[in-house]
Design a protein around this ligand. Structure first.
Ligand code: ATR
Length: 278
């Protein structure tokens, strides 16, 4: 019997995680099944308990359940506690639930794959919601000279910067008060989901700057199109998705898959989807 895993979300049908984990399993010779569970928004906990009772061994957790997964975990990793969110659940031998968060390491590894280093750089992170909170610690570990969090609702950015002030030089504020140029600008707001561009000022990018959107789509996001016009090199969040999945796979199976072929396959599939779209 293959071990069972799944991604929990709502909606979840669009998730690429089953594809990614099937590719990892094939590549590493691991016997596992990986499906989707669309949990009711009002009762994630029951859906998870049912999955465990039916023999489930672990799961990824996506929107809108990362907070609920954090709340129901019996034990939490250090990085899940810092993120206050869980994207990876593991069922322990005694049936207890262990919660971890691989989003931050996923972003850090993807930046590294693209040759983007943060040490000594001025870094801007746009947004101050759960997605941003989940990646701040690994970004600060790379010792940027300064990390600025800018958000539509300035107070949320200020509060988040305060919460991470012990981890490095970090400040928060509104989008309209942004000053100076940045070497790396990471869009962690959910604006791209709605096809919106956060109201960012022109002249934000230093020469040779990188623009990273934690979202991705068949076509570049509106943020990446704007950033490219402003002279920045664009990177979308597809690699981050694959890297966070690889870290989850490693937690479950103690085997580290090679992400390069999976990233290439997904990129090709996105390009095909774009060519075939009307
Ligand atoms: P997530 O889990 O994706 O982080 P979230 O916690 O709801 O979701 O946070 C969404 C983030 O995107 C917030 O920082 C939000 O800004 P506000 O705090 O002002 O709401 C930001 N966001 C969403 N739509 C946006 C838009 N059109 N322009 C700018 N920021 C936007």
């Amino acid at each position: 019997m293959a071990d069972r895993y799944a991604v929990f979300g709502n909606p979840v049908a669009h998730s690429k995680s089953p594809l990614i984990h099937a590719a990892f399993a094939e590549q590493t010779g691991q016997m596992l099944e990986y499906g989707t569970v669309e949990a009711p928004t009002s009762d994630f906990a029951s859906a998870w308990q049912r999955f465990v009772q039916e023999g489930g061994r672990g799961a990824n957790v996506t929107v809108p359940f990362k907070g609920e997964a954090f709340a129901l975990s019996d034990t939490l990793s250090h990085r899940a506690r810092r993120a206050q969110a869980v994207n990876t659940l593991i069922v322990g031998g005694n049936g207890r639930t262990y919660g971890d968060n691989t989003d931050g390491v996923g972003l850090a590894r993807d930046l590294a794959h693209h040759g983007v280093t943060l040490k000594g750089k001025r870094v801007l992170v746009v947004g101050a919601g759960g997605a941003v909170r989940g990646v701040l610690a690994p970004l600060l570990e790379e010792k940027p000279s300064e990390l600025v969090i800018a958000n539509r609702t300035a107070e949320k950015a200020v509060a988040l910067a305060d919460a991470f002030s012990a981890a490095g030089r970090v400040s928060g504020g509104g989008l309209e008060t942004l000053a100076g140029r940045f070497d790396v600008v990471i869009n962690g707001s959910s604006a791209s989901l709605a096809g919106d561009l956060p109201p960012l000022p022109d002249g934000l990018f230093a020469p040779g700057a990188t623009a990273y959107d934690m979202m991705y789509g068949a076509a570049p996001t509106v943020f990446l199109r704007w950033a490219q016009m402003q002279g920045a090199a664009p990177i979308d969040g597809l690699g981050m998705l694959v890297e966070q999945a690889a870290e989850s796979f490693f937690l479950w199976r103690s085997v580290r898959p090679d992400t390069a072929p999976v990233r290439a396959t997904l990129r090709q599939a996105l390009e095909n989807a774009l060519e075939n779209s009307p």
